[in-house]
Ligand binder design. Structure first.
Ligand SMILES: Nc1ncnc2c1ncn2[C@@H]1O[C@H](COP(=O)(O)OP(=O)(O)O)[C@@H](O)[C@H]1O
Ligand SMILES: [Mg+2]
Length: 224
């Protein structure tokens, strides 16, 4: 397995995570929001940047601001164009422990600046062969920018043959694969609509998953 050292971005105080995947609907925005809250709960301040014109993450953040304003403390949200990301990200990384960049479903040259500035690229992979096929191009781009990528299996359905097949195929790809996964749970969609993370509220399996992923990612950022 290819492993690269995860350095701090030049002159930036905080770490940067870019969430990318060519396949739409793979869970980029869901993962971005949940990881933001999960990291916040670990005590880190978090800025989110949405570069997807669709603006779902912004919608989530504004809903949160409206319904749970106290839960926005230590968080910030900004939008950016693909080419403006370097400037926007540097500004926020000076003030926040972590910057999470959500991106549109593309894997082309537009994505490069967001990959280049990242300490870690997270690639959600939902349980379909389409997702898996789309993953290679993002991993390639990350590799070309010498960034380490972490695949996170999403919408898993334990016990199904499809989940087993996708998991096995993902393990053969040239990137680290997170131990933590998000199963297919309505709780994720429900929480998102209320500006929340599945990590908030009752103790549920989804909350455990978000906490596990956040802890794992925090460890990777700290130790490489
Ligand atoms: N683990 C999950 N369980 C159930 N639904 C999910 C899960 N992850 C994402 N979804 C749903 O899948 C859809 C696409 O997710 P989204 O995060 O918007 O993907 P992307 O940003 O990659 O396009 C949304 O309706 C979202 O609620
Ligand atoms: Mg999205």
């Amino acid at each position: 397995m290819l492993r690269m050292k995860i350095g701090q971005g030049a002159g930036m105080a905080g770490s940067v995570i870019t969430v990318a995947q060519q396949k739409g609907g793979s869970g980029k925005t869901t993962l971005s929001a949940n990881l933001a809250v999960g990291m916040r709960r670990l005590g880190k301040t978090v800025a989110l940047i949405d570069t997807d014109p669709q603006g779902s993450l912004g919608r989530w953040f504004m809903t949160r601001l409206e319904l749970a304003p106290e839960e926005v403390e230590g968080m910030e949200f900004a939008t950016s164009s693909a080419w403006g990301i370097t400037y926007e990200c540097r500004k926020l990384a000076d003030r926040y422990d972590l910057v999470i960049i959500d991106t549109p479903p593309k894997a082309d040259s537009d994505l490069r600046p967001a990959l280049r500035i990242a300490n870690l690229v997270i690639v959600p992979v939902s349980m379909s062969h389409l997702d898996l096929w789309a993953t290679e191009s993002v991993l390639d781009l990350a590799h070309r920018e010498s960034r380490e990528a972490l695949m996170v299996l999403n919408r898993t359905r334990p016990g199904t043959r499809l989940s087993a097949e996708i998991t096995e195929a993902a393990q053969k790809m040239h990137a680290r694969i997170a131990t933590a996964q998000f199963a297919n749970r309505v709780g994720y969609a429900e929480a998102f609509g209320h500006g929340l993370s599945a990590a908030e509220g009752r103790k549920t399996p989804a909350r455990d998953e978000v906490e596990a992923l956040s802890t794992e990612v925090a460890q990777i950022l700290a130790n490489g």
